[in-house]
Write a protein of this length. Sequence first.
Length: 176
Amino acid sequence: MNLLKDISCGKNPPEEINVVVEIPKGSNNKYEIDEGIGAIFLDRTLYGPQTFPFEYGFMPQTKSEDGDPLDIVLLASRPTFPGCVVKSRPVGMIYMEDEAGIDNKIIAVPIEKIDPRFKEIQNVEDLPEHQKKEFQNFFETYKLLEPNKFVKITGWDTADKAKEIIKRSVEKYKNK
């Protein structure tokens, strides 16, 4: 099974989307999808002691501005596993830059049926301020020990903006 092509982008995008987990919450391994065969490979172990404070993955059948599938930061109560598909809804986005250029992320939560703990989070403003600081700290420090790599957070945006980006990325994939 090709995780990029054989799984739909979701039941009702951009309201409900599928997220394929690459990196489980708590992992210090960085997994990435191989776009050629649609399988998840170990890219590297993080060089420092950091672990991912969230699930991290992508939305299948999308193409973002950088040509890759949309990156998704998925809030989770417990870790899943690489390749797990989680029905989710977008609540915002993080604007980021790294050594390769623009690298924005959609922030999503599992749908209520999967995890009711996130029911009240409808927009990025609903996230606890400390949780946003944790995300920013993680992204800005997890590459510090890697030569010539960096991450800079340049801002946050709303669920509406995330949905707009999702719509564009679904269309871009369809018209590839």
